[in-house]
Design a binder for this molecule. Structure first.
Ligand code: NAG
Ligand code: NAG
Length: 445
C-alpha cells in the first residue's frame, strides 16, 4: 500500500514536471495592426506545426486601438483553430515610452487570463514583461499579484540575476546575442539558473537567430553576430535545460530577428527608418523548418519520457542562410561601417568593431539527414565543398564564401538538392544589407 502510494506520488511528480517545458515565440502585436483573423489563424497553424506551444503577445500602451483589437483577434483565432496553441502577455515597458498602468494590466489579465487559449502554468495565467524594473514598475507587480493570480516570469535582465526575486516565479533573460566579435555562450544563462534554482524558480531562456537594425531616425543602427548563433543556441538549450524557451522573435522586422512570415505593413517604413530594403528580400521562415527536431530534442533531454527526435526517410532537409555580399562591401545608411556594431550592454559601454570582425562571410547550414552521409555547398561555378561523415539527425556546418559569387547550391547524399539566392561581390544598390537570406531544400513545408 505504502509502495503504491510512493509510486503514485512519483508518477504525479513526473506528470507535473512533464508540463514544465515549453517553447514560445515573441510576437510584436504592434506590428500586426493590420492583421485579420485569417492572418492570426495562419500564424497559429504555422507555429503549432513547428512545435511552438504559444505566442507571447508583446503589448505596449495604450491599450485602446491596436492592442485591444489585435488581442481580441488573436484569442478568437486561437479558439477557432483550437489545436491546443496558447497565448500569453508580455507587458512591454520600453515600446511606447509610456509606463504600464496597474489598472490596465489587471483589466487585461481579468479579461483574458482565464480564456481557454491563455497559457497557464501551475494553474495560473503565465505573464511576462519586456523590462520595466524601475522602482515604481516593480512595486506595481506586488499590487497586481494581490488582484489576479499569475505565474510571473518577467524579463528584468537589465538588472541581472537576484533582483527583486520575491516578486516573481521565474525569470526571462533577454541576453541572447553575442557581445562583440564572440560566439554566444551559456554563461549568462547559467548565472540566472544559479540564482533561480535554489529558490525553486524557473528560467526562461532566449533563443534568437540574428540582430541587425538600420533605422537612423530612431538612433538604431547596429549588428550583432548572427552566423551560427541560431544553431548554437538550440544546442545550448540542451545543456542549460531551462523550463521554458522563448524565441525572439516571430515578427520583429526592424531588428531582423523574425522567424515568421514577412508581413509588409508590419515593417518599419517611416522616413529615414525604413527597414523594407533589408527585410523584403530576406525571408526567414525556413528557420522554422528544423524546429520540430530541435524542440523534440529539448523536450526529450528535459524529460526522457518524451519521444526522442528523429528524421524519417524521405524527410531530409537542408536549411541554409547567408548574407548576400561580403561584410566589407557597401556603405550603411546610418553611421558608416566602423560604428555599426556596438556591443549589447548599456549605451555607455558602446564599442565599435569592423563589421568583418563581427560577422563571418559564410554560409551556415543545418542539415537533417535520415541516414549517415554527406552534404555539399557550392557558390556559383566554384567547386562544391563536401562535408563527409555526417550522422543521421541534425548536423551543423558552415563554410566561408570568401570571394566567390553566384547562386548557392546545396546537396545531400540522401537526395536533397536546392538553390538559394545569389551572393554578389557588392550590394546591388551599394547599400549594405546585413540581414540573412534563409532557405530550405528538401522536405520543406
Ligand atoms: C565561433 O564559432 C565558430 C564556428 O561556428 C568557430 O570557427 C570560431 O572559432 C568561434 N570563435 C570563438 C571566438 O570561439
Ligand atoms: C540564380 O537563381 C536565380 C533565381 O533565384 C535564377 O534566375 C538564375 O538563373 C540563377 N543563376 C544561375 C547562374 O543559375
Amino acid at each position: 500500500m505504502f509502495q503504491t502510494l510512493l509510486v503514485l506520488l512519483a508518477l504525479t511528480l513526473c506528470a507535473q514536471q512533464a508540463v514544465a517545458q515549453a517553447v514560445f515565440a515573441h510576437v510584436i502585436v504592434g506590428n500586426n495592426g493590420a492583421y485579420t483573423l485569417a492572418n492570426w489563424e495562419s500564424d497559429i497553424r504555422l507555429a503549432a506545426s513547428k512545435g511552438i506551444d504559444a505566442f507571447v503577445l508583446n503589448i505596449a500602451p495604450p491599450v485602446e486601438g491596436t492592442v485591444a483589437d489585435q488581442t481580441a483577434l488573436a484569442f478568437q483565432a486561437a479558439n477557432s483553430v483550437a489545436n491546443g496553441f496558447k497565448l500569453f502577455f508580455s507587458f512591454d515597458y520600453l515600446g511606447s515610452g509610456v509606463p504600464w498602468e496597474t489598472g490596465d494590466i489587471v483589466t487585461l489579465l481579468k479579461q483574458y487570463g482565464w480564456d481557454r487559449a491563455y497559457y497557464k502554468y501551475n494553474g495560473k495565467p503565465f505573464v511576462s514583461t519586456f523590462e520595466g524594473p524601475t522602482n515604481s514598475d516593480v512595486g506595481q507587480w506586488a499590487t497586481i499579484r494581490q488582484q489576479v493570480p499569475i505565474y510571473f516570469v518577467p524579463d528584468w535582465s537589465s538588472q541581472g540575476p537576484g533582483f527583486e526575486m520575491d516578486l516573481y516565479d521565474g525569470a526571462f533573460s533577454w541576453d541572447m546575442w553575442p557581445k562583440g566579435p564572440n560566439n554566444m555562450t551559456m554563461d549568462v544563462d547559467k548565472s540566472w539558473q544559479g540564482s533561480l534554482q535554489p529558490a525553486k524558480k524557473t528560467y526562461m531562456m532566449g533563443v534568437s537567430p540574428w540582430f541587425y537594425t538600420d533605422l537612423p531616425a530612431y538612433n538604431k543602427a547596429w549588428v550583432w553576430r548572427g552566423d551560427m548563433t541560431w544553431a548554437r543556441r538550440w544546442r545550448q538549450v540542451l545543456k542549460v535545460l531551462p523550463e521554458f524557451v522563448e524565441i525572439v522573435t516571430w515578427n520583429d522586422y526592424g531588428e531582423s530577428h523574425y522567424v515568421g512570415p514577412i508581413f509588409e505593413p508590419g515593417i518599419p517604413q517611416a522616413e529615414n527608418a525604413d527597414a523594407r530594403s533589408y527585410v523584403l528580400n530576406n525571408p526567414h521562415e525556413a528557420w522554422l523548418e528544423t524546429l520540430p527536431y530541435q524542440i523534440a530534442a529539448y523536450k526529450h533531454a528535459f524529460n526522457p519520457s518524451n519521444p526522442a527526435p528523429s528524421v524519417a526517410k524521405g524527410e531530409d532537409k537542408i536549411v541554409y542562410w547567408y548574407r548576400t555580399a561580403p561584410a566589407s562591401a557597401g556603405t550603411t545608411r546610418a553611421t558608416g561601417n566602423a560604428c555599426m556594431s556596438p556591443i549589447n550592454t548599456s549605451p555607455q559601454d558602446e564599442r565599435c568593431y569592423p563589421i568583418e570582425e563581427i560577422m563571418e562571410d559564410g554560409i551556415f547550414v543545418l542539415a537533417l539527414l535520415s541516414s549517415p552521409g554527406w552534404v555539399s555547398v557550392a557558390v556559383g561555378d566554384g567547386p562544391p565543398q563536401r562535408f563527409e561523415g555526417l550522422g543521421a539527425g541534425l548536423n551543423h556546418l558552415s563554410r566561408p564564401f570568401g570571394g566567390e559569387v553566384g547562386n548557392v547550391t546545396v546537396r545531400s547524399s540522401t537526395g536533397v538538392v536546392g538553390e538559394g539566392t545569389a551572393i554578389l561581390s557588392a550590394p546591388a544598390n551599394g547599400v549594405a544589407n546585413f540581414n540573412a537570406w534563409v532557405g530550405c531544400a528538401g522536405h520543406c513545408s
